[in-house]
Design a protein around this ligand. Structure first.
Ligand code: MSP
Length: 663
């Protein structure tokens, strides 16, 4: 048995992400949210453990590997390393990174299967049905060629001898469990959705495959391998001890944080598997909404993904964390926009928290020689506006919001405090008070109140802004790390007069919006040009990783890959600048059989009027993309020259007809 813990444990997980592609900002959102919860729970006295990882088996990974000319194992290992590297780089690594190809995981899956089988919940049967390869799911009630109701891709007909899990036997048990544990599925809308699905009746579930090679073998039953969901879900248990989970004392999980499209697997299949194996069930499944881009779910297959690295290189990770948690109502879908991201950064972080910290601390430095002033009646500020009662009320209100995962409201509440302190300073005018020696006591009171308010705000914002709040905390002269402070123990008046403040440094420099967006988009475009591919060895240190490009030099490609890129001679018909974007030009380009609109980053090197009539090389079969809200349908080929990488258009010395293909 596990040794008793000094603190209650809290075990939470992110989904285990597929290794058939690289992370985009939707995945990053899930991992950031889990990290915020982890940090918050630590500040509430829990011994927190977080698992993330890679879901590596199944047809999708097998196919992507084949395309890349690699074995599934080799391909998936390289991609999993890139996921792990990104989480490290963004400061959101799991305490455990489980790979479904780990030996410890294979053992756990086989063990769980054995337990379910011994308990009589596994049987052999035949299955013919429509299968969606993309979602790794059979589609019930579909006929040959019907589309998958989730992703719209055509389903495939498969007939197999399978092992079945007797899911139907769990209908009532699950309904009873949901009734006894009303908080098991959150939010309420998802709970209702799952309830009606289960009430509608459950069919037995085929949990092995003979048509797939790339999976965990069913012991003694070759060629059966486990169905990806009777594999990946079990990863949450493998990560914390597998069959010996009791030794670590972390299972059952307190929270599985997932996106809404995989709620059924987590809230129906997973508890049924665990019930069948006589194992404890997770305490809660929380399904958040989707990040949308141009009103659609962001996903690789739709070609509308935003990657985290360009944003982080230009603004940093903290503004991204703040934006995602503040702007998106947790549990609902939300649109991602660069404009809103940078606006939030400037208004709430640069002009808000950053400016408040800077003006408060600078005045303490200037008027009190860098020591927290001693206000009159220090410690009995209870009846001052905005102090004791106000602070304790705010602490209770905001921790309640965090407890409910109402992140957006929690941040709104914290920023109301920021606004309050700002206004207090504006009304009290400490810079004027400082002019008259007889106002010294009042000046001390005002600056003490602002600094103490700032200290409380900083602690409350820590789960979302871990690094910058830690900096402000140190500037306030605090020596214990903020991450180890317990929220319940914070109260007004703990800031000790006489404390020497730390070295002052700006936290969130203001950025010029259009320039920041252009830089992000240019990097994004640069990265999207490189195909998602298997990287070489990942950077060994976080510092090296921070500057490493998202994808490394592509492997050599065959002629058939090159043939996929259709390039044609085009002629520019018109060209104009894109409003608010220094580098972008919006071009109309004749490519022979049609005129295409293309947005290209040429404006710093070419005047629009000089381009009209010019023959250019166009990649015509790229997915359309929007740049600064303008649709771009193709790409103009240019060399990147000089240290600033300024573009030089590819062209021809002889005359060539418009529309001619390049080979
Ligand atoms: N491998 C399965 C999960 C198995 S868990 C035992 C899987 N992987 S995934 O790579 O497709 O990741 C899906 C998860 O990534 C979603 O559930 C969600 O957490 C996150 N997101 C992917 N796209 C997203 C958005 N556009 N918006 C928000 N979250 C998104 O499913």
């Amino acid at each position: 048995m596990s040794t008793p813990r000094a603190k209650p444990k809290y075990y939470l997980t992110t989904p285990l992400y597929y290794t058939n592609g690289l992370p985009h900002i939707g995945h990053t959102y899930s991992t950031i949210v889990a990290d915020v919860i982890r940090r918050y729970k630590r500040m509430r006295g829990f011994d927190v453990f977080m698992t993330t990882g890679a879901d590596e088996h199944g047809v999708n990974v097998e196919r992507s590997a084949k395309k890349a000319g690699k074995s599934p194992q080799e391909y998936s290992t390289a991609i999993a390393a890139q996921w792990r590297q990104l989480w490290d780089e963004l400061g959101i690594p799991g305490d455990e990174f489980i790979r479904t190809t780990d030996e410890r995981h294979h053992r756990t899956v086989q063990w769980l299967f054995k337990r379910c089988r011994e308990n009589g919940y596994i049987e052999k049967g035949h299955y013919t049905g429509q299968y969606c390869v993309h979602d790794n799911a059979y589609v019930v009630d579909a006929g040959p060629g019907d589309p998958c109701p989730d992703c719209g891709r055509p389903t495939e007909t498969v007939t197999e001898e399978n092992y079945f899990f007797k899911l139907a036997e769990f209908q009532q048990k699950l309904l009873d469990f949901y009734a006894a544990n009303p908080d098991f599925i959150r939010p309420e809308s998802r709970r209702n959705e799952v309830l009606s699905f289960v009430q509608g009746g459950l069919r037995n579930l085929s949990i092995t495959r003979t048509t797939i090679r790339w999976g965990i073998p069913v012991p003694g039953e070759a060629p059966h391998v486990f169905y990806v969901w009777f594999d990946a879900l079990i990863g949450y248990l493998s990560a914390v001890g597998g069959p010996e989970f009791d030794e670590r004392g972390l299972w059952p999980a307190d929270l599985h944080m997932v996106g809404k499209e995989i709620i059924r697997f987590h809230a129906v299949y997973w508890p049924a598997f665990l019930m069948a194996a006589d194992l404890p069930l997770p305490k809660q499944i929380w399904a958040h909404g989707w990040l949308l881009f141009d009103s659609e779910k962001m996903s690789k297959s739709r070609g509308n993904v935003v990657r985290p690295r360009p944003i982080v290189s230009v603004l940093g990770i903290e503004p991204l964390r703040y934006y995602l948690l503040r702007e998106i109502v947790f549990g609902q879908d939300g649109s991602f926009s660069y404009d809103a991201l940078v606006s939030r950064y400037n208004s709430d972080l640069a002009n808000g928290l950053g400016n408040l910290a800077s003006r408060t601390l600078t005045m303490i430095d200037r008027y009190f020689g860098g020591e927290i002033p001693k206000p009159p009646r220090y410690g009995v500020l209870g009846n001052e506006p905005g102090s004791a009662d106000f602070a304790s009320e705010a602490l209770t209100r905001i921790t309640t919001l965090y407890d409910r995962f109402s992140f957006s409201l929690a941040l709104e509440g914290i920023w109301e405090l920021v606004a309050w302190i700002d206004k207090y300073l504006t009304v009290e005018k400490p810079w004027t008070l400082a002019e008259q020696p007889e106002n010294r006591e009042q000046l001390a009171k005002v600056l003490y109140t602002a600094a103490e308010g700032l200290r409380i705000v900083t602690a409350l914002a820590h789960p979302v802004l871990p690094q910058s709040t830690e900096k402000i905390w140190r500037q306030l002269g605090q020596t214990t790390p903020l991450s180890s402070v317990q929220m319940d123990l914070i109260s007004w008046g703990q800031l000790k007069p006489g404390t020497k403040i730390g070295k002052l440094e700006g936290i969130f420099p203001r950025v010029e919006k259009s320039e920041a967006i252009e830089r992000i988009e240019a990097m994004e475009q640069e990265q999207s040009k490189a195909p998602e591919t298997v990287a070489a060895t990942p950077a060994a240190t976080p510092a090296a990783a921070a500057t490493a490009p998202a994808v490394s030099a592509p492997a050599k490609i065959g002629i058939e890959d090159f043939a996929k890129i259709e390039m044609r001679v085009g002629q520019v018909k018109s060209a104009e600048r894109v409003a608010g974007a220094d580098k972008l030009l919006q071009l109309q380009v004749d490519i022979g059989d049609e005129v295409r609109q293309i947005v290209a980053g040429l404006a710093l090197a070419y005047k629009p009027e000089d381009l009209v009539g010019r023959k250019v090389v166009v990649v015509v079969n790229l997915q359309p993309r929007k740049l600064r809200g303008v649709e771009s349908n193709g790409m103009i080929v240019a060399a990147s020259s000089g240290p600033d990488g300024s573009p030089v258009l590819a062209g021809f010395l002889e005359d060539v007809p418009v529309g001619a293909r390049l080979k």
